[in-house]
Write a protein that binds this ligand. Structure first.
Ligand code: HEC
Length: 104
């Protein structure tokens, strides 16, 4: 029991540590690909440079803000953090960077 408690708190520390580098691809695969891989519900497809060109033109800050806070656009509705409220802003930002990097 003691050991379990220890493992539990070590994990909590690891998860809440700001030193953890957000893994954009892992977040994207788990939380964003459901819509953005195939372009579900109007989501701009990852890898479709035409769909991303004008969006990227808004600047990274705007894209990240729309991804974190949610965004109703002409194509559809982007839920805040893709509907995964447990994601940190940094994780969402890393996922946006991953998507943009792979949509050029
Ligand atoms: C339920 C489906 C869905 C999920 C899940 C989802 N998105 Fe989206 N996303 C959308 C739709 C639809 C749009 C297009 C909105 C529009 O422009 O009309 C969009 C647009 C965006 C944009 C462009 C915003 C802009 O200003 O043009 C970014 C960036 C983005 N999503 C990031 C993410 C990230 C990061 C995740 C994962 C954490 C994610 N999305 C998960 C549906 C989704």
């Amino acid at each position: 029991m003691r050991k379990l408690l220890f493992v539990g708190s070590a994990l909590t520390i690891a998860l809440s540590s700001s030193n953890v580098i957000a893994d954009g691809k892992a977040t994207y695969d788990a939380s964003c690909a459901a819509c953005h891989a195939a372009g579900v519900a109007g989501a701009p497809k990852t890898g479709d440079s035409g769909a991303w060109k004008d969006r990227v033109g808004q600047g990274m800050d705007v894209l990240v803000e729309h991804a974190v806070k949610g965004y109703q656009g002409k194509a559809g509705y982007m839920p805040p953090k893709g509907g995964f409220a447990n994601l940190s802003d940094d994780e969402v930002k890393a996922a946006v960077e991953y998507m943009v990097e792979n949509s050029k």
